[in-house]
Design a protein around this ligand. Sequence first.
Ligand code: FE
Ligand code: ZN
Length: 508
Amino acid sequence: MADKPRRLNLTRKYQLMTRGLDWETTYQSMDDVFPYDKYEGIKIKDWDKWQDPFRLTMDAYWKYQAEKERKLYAILDGFAQNNSQLNISDARYMNAVKIWMQGVTPLEYAAFRGFAMLGRGFRGAGARVACQFQSIDEMRHYQTQMHAFSHYNKYFNGFRQFARIRDRAWYLSIPKSYFEDAVTAGPFELITAISFSFEYVLTNLLFMPFVSGAAYNGDMATTTFGFSAQSDESRHMTLGLEVIKFMLEQDEGNLPIVQQWLDKWFWRGYRLLGLVGTMMDYMLPKKVMSWRQAWEIYWEESGMALFNDLARYGLRPPKYHEVATKEKYRITHEFWCTIYQFSHATALYTWIPTEEELDWFSAEYGELFDTVYRPRYEYWKELDDKGERFFQKRLPVVCNVCQIPIFHTMPDDPLMNCCLVSEYKGTKHQMCSQGCKDIFDREPEKYCQAYIPPQQIYQGNCGGATLEAYRKWLHIKDEETGEYYGSEDHIMWEGWKAQAGKPADVPA
Ligand code: FE
Ligand code: ZN
């Protein structure tokens, strides 16, 4: 009796389909074929020790992903057909979604490119395959977000030219520069920056509180793609942890290099997340949790527990994490105060929080909020009531590393701006914090080339040397920018609410 061909289990199949297809090159030296994975100084003795974080073959991968896509698009279709934009908590909420579309979605695309590079860059087949999968995941995230947001683009301002805005607008150079810094590093630094520091350590803060915030504010489109991405995200996090362990187990000389990267990318990631914290605190009309509380849960508890685990490899928690913890009472307010003053140069609206919201801030942030930020909002509110809504006319100094305008304050003095200067090749460069200054000083040749929007504007490289000329160059229309109250989104939203319950409950 002939044996039936035995079916291979998934692990065995994966082995054959990845490492089984790999070979050592002979016509060309391996170093010539993989020119990038040694120059950072990371020593790998045995690539076969790489533990594959997700053992998926291509056919299984497509099957799982196709299933998720079917569910996601069914919900997005239902969302659009039911005019579900009417069910969000308030049109102010849409500004969080605009930031996501303008700032975060392009990062998914950057991650797709970065992981495609990694999928070619490592000489270990296991690592290459994992990065290829992640690359495709990231492309999917980019596309699903785009599709989810396209519905909002029909009704709200600020979505229509995200790609140009992403390339040109000052506030979007914050997320953009984060990824461009990573993809212009070597492959091990890139994967540490994205897979470990960003996805493993910090994404929890983006996905958990913010996506539940989207749900709480009636935005089922964002919630659904968020959850659809979450299962990919857990694979990515496993990859992030594996890569750290792998580098540290392969050679003890790798430890100081990895530690330096963790210091750098923790700080860069933390600075970037300040923007997400601001979305949570200020742009969710129905609050889920404050940035302060999220920081306590996801960093002070979970993040520190992770670093306690990693101590057996010789790693210590990232430098300046205690500064970040000190700043938890203020960074989102410092951010909002700045966007508030500069929103005439963004494709967003800003506003003074309502009385109820100010009280929530007082409860969440205590005395510092009541003595420093509340009076500022009350003053601006007075101006606004007199018809003198406050907008800044000058351009700010911007940090040469994180590219955030210098509005963050000294670790021990929330009333004193923190501006640190490094001189390099006869030019002065400003940084927002000791964390950013350390990063600059370690690689000044890299950061002295950074494209800093205000410098470029004043040099006349952005359509002219005035804010007006700059706005034209951004192609921002008056109606999609500035103050929320009285804006097109606001007026339309009030109109819909006034119609609610009447027979024609559908906007024209
Ligand atoms: Fe992603
Ligand atoms: Zn900075």
